[in-house]
Write a protein that binds this ligand. Structure first.
Ligand SMILES: [Zn+2]
Length: 46
């Protein structure tokens, strides 16, 4: 399990439908809206 950096929810990597790569790392999200928020400003989230 990894943490959704937006909402803090635990996400199963293998089942995660939403992910983004930022600075060589893969981040997983619970929902498309969390992914969108991350994609808008990843530097603010990390
Ligand atoms: Zn989320």
């Amino acid at each position: 399990m990894v943490k959704d950096p937006i909402c803090g929810m635990n996400v199963e990597e293998k089942a995660a439908g939403f992910k983004s790569t930022y600075q060589g790392k893969i981040y997983y999200f619970c929902s498309p809206s969390c992914k969108e928020d991350f994609d808008k400003a990843p530097s603010k989230v990390i």
